[in-house]
Design a protein around this ligand. Structure first.
Ligand SMILES: Nc1nc2c(ncn2[C@@H]2O[C@H](COP(=O)(O)OP(=O)(O)OP(=O)(O)O)[C@@H](O)[C@H]2O)c(=O)[nH]1
Ligand SMILES: [K+]
Ligand SMILES: [Mg+2]
Length: 543
């Protein structure tokens, strides 16, 4: 076996010198502001600093100095600002870097950028150029770079916590740990293949590897079965308000986002499009959607609205099923159970059957259906189950396990019975409790705000449950990209076990290599040389 050893740092170096160019960009926000920060990275950074400062010597590294910044073409002073010089590799990107902190006016910023652009070898940076250079120079792993991106984009406290944790390397460490352990296993398996007969390789090298692979495989599996908490927190929890026309869906949306985002009117069928608002819900991001009232209609625009509403309901993490309290009182037969009544109501509205997985079809509430207030049953026209997000299935199952008394068919549904102000005291006592309905029920009035605090608290609890506390448990998966690679990694680990069972060590080793490649694609450290490094270290080949 020939070993070509090359360290990771030389590998990264060859990338960065290949780029060779020097880039610059406005790093603070655009628009007029007190101070703007312009960043430069690359081999010509030192020339840029000297030229703009009009000096032959560089300022002290990493010390702020006040400088007159000069336009090299006219020798005119552009501005007076702070200059920071960060010689590589002790800089954010690992290259020579500089920062110009100037007055944040459009003309000042434009003049500095133009001056930099006029220097030889300097180019305006493309999006993400600085982070990319930091990654290529080994300053950050891919997951850390992604964490940095998320941190910049974080809009809520919980998102910020998750992102900073990822940027600090918590998530990357998990993946690196798996990677290192699989590398070791691969080293064992390779040694077993290569030196089986000639050398004194420990006999149980294969056994040790197999036990360890099984362990990692279980950990990956557990990490994958996270209910998409991290991804939800990153993207926002999708909450859809659905229900019959005129029950007050748009009124509720407006109350929750504290602005008249959707039109409210006494005319049934007012909302047609999905009206989406992003709100910060007690520190958690929520994408709240108001939808068209669900009913059968010949109006083609409203029909499309109903289709969109059902589609949104299907994709939502939580569905707020809104009902009009007066309808509830009038249509509920005294004999039917509340949970059945709610399920019947959903079926009548044509809400996708996937939400009603355990609905007992043998006892439909025909009296209610024939009341004429709602549509005929549309179960058959419901979108097929395979349209569901593949993970929604496991989500449902997990909620089901935890729900205890709740009806699994109603998981992810919150019933909001609105217009309670229109009921008498006596009628109110007839409304269901969460226990009767086997799912959370809130009685509220968008007119008087009654019950709104309780509803908000309940929704906040459910949103928190779906996202988890980003600091409490071990870091969760945050990106679909990671999930895709981890799923493949897990498949290869499972395959490894079956190849070992059939004593095909060559294929077993290949399965580990493929598992490693998937992990490497998450952290951005794919390099076959690493395997050889481990063999060299652990088995002292060539001593
Ligand atoms: N009395 C009373 N009226 C309400 C309440 N909430 C909403 N309304 C009224 O009910 C009517 C319909 O409200 P919307 O918010 O437009 O209802 P919607 O469900 O969005 O209606 P569509 O978009 O047409 O499906 C309006 O006239 C509201 O003012 C409430 O709690 N009590
Ligand atoms: K309306
Ligand atoms: Mg509406």
């Amino acid at each position: 076996m020939r070993l070509t050893l090359r360290s990771k740092s030389t590998l990264f170096q060859s990338y960065s010198t290949k780029t060779g160019s020097t880039v610059f960009a406005l790093s603070s926000g655009h628009g007029r502001c007190g101070v703007a920060v312009i960043r430069v990275s690359g081999p010509s950074s030192s020339e840029a600093v000297k030229t703009l400062c009009g000096k032959t010597k560089l300022p002290h590294p990493r010390l702020a100095s006040l400088q007159r910044l000069i336009d090299p073409s006219t020798s005119e002073v552009i501005d007076r600002g702070i200059v920071l010089w960060f010689p590589g590799p002790a800089s954010f990107t690992g290259e020579d870097c500089a920062e110009f902190h100037v007055h944040g006016g459009t003309a000042v910023v434009t003049a500095i950028l133009d001056a930099l652009g006029s220097l030889p070898g300097l180019h305006h940076a493309a999006p993400g150029d600085f982070a990319r250079r930091a990654f290529l120079n080994g300053k950050m792993g891919l997951t850390e770079v992604e964490g940095l991106g998320d941190l910049i984009n974080a809009e809520t406290e919980a998102q910020r916590r998750q992102a900073i944790r990822q940027m600090e390397g918590d998530l990357g460490n998990i993946y690196s740990d798996w990677r290192n352990r699989i590398l070791k296993c691969l080293a064992n398996v390779e040694a077993f293949i290569d030196f089986d007969e000639e050398e004194n390789i420990e006999e149980d090298a294969m056994k040790i590897a197999t036990v360890e692979v099984e362990k990692v495989s279980k950990e990956v599996e557990h990490h994958l079965a996270d209910n998409r908490r991290g991804e939800r927190l990153r993207e926002g929890v999708h909450v859809a308000i659905i229900g019959a026309p005129n029950v007050g869906k748009s009124s509720l949306l407006n109350m929750l986002c504290r602005r008249p985002a959707a039109i409210v009117s006494p005319i049934a069928g007012t909302t047609r499009d999905v009206v989406e608002t992003a709100i910060n819900f007690t520190g958690y991001p929520v994408l709240l959607s108001d939808t068209a009232g669900l009913r059968e209609t010949t109006d083609i625009i409203e029909k499309e609205g109903v289709k969109r509403a059902l589609d949104r309901a299907q994709k939502a993490d939580l569905k707020v099923l809104m009902m009009d309290a007066t309808n509830v009182i009038n249509t509920k037969s005294p004999h039917s159970k509340w949970s059945e009544y709610i399920l019947d109501h959903m079926v009548c509205l044509g809400i996708p059957a996937t939400t009603l997985q355990n609905f007992d079809q043998s006892s439909p509430n025909t009296e209610y259906m024939n009341s004429g207030q709602f549509l005929e049953t549309k179960k058959s026209s419901s979108p097929p189950a395979q349209d569901m997000h593949p993970d929604q299935e496991s989500v449902s199952r997990e909620v089901l396990d935890q729900s205890g008394d709740e009806d699994p068919a109603l998981n992810s549904v919150i019933v909001a019975i609105n217009k309670s102000d229109l009921l008498s005291e006596k009628e109110r006592t007839l409304l269901p409790s969460s226990k009767d309905a086997k799912c959370p029920v809130c009685i509220l009035s968008c007119s008087t705000s009654e019950g709104l605090d309780a509803f908000t608290a309940l929704l906040a609890d459910q949103v928190k449950d779906l996202c988890g506390d980003p600091l409490a448990s071990s870091p969760t998966l945050t990106q679909v990209r990671h999930r895709a690679h981890l799923k493949l990694c897990h498949q290869h680990l499972v395959r490894y076990q079956s190849h070992v069972s059939s004593q095909n060590t060559v294929l077993a080793a290949e399965a580990l290599r493929r598992a490693l490649r998937e992990l490497g694609q998450i952290t951005g450290t794919v390099s076959v040389e690493d395997v050889l490094d481990v063999i060299f270290k652990d088995f002292c080949i060539g001593k």
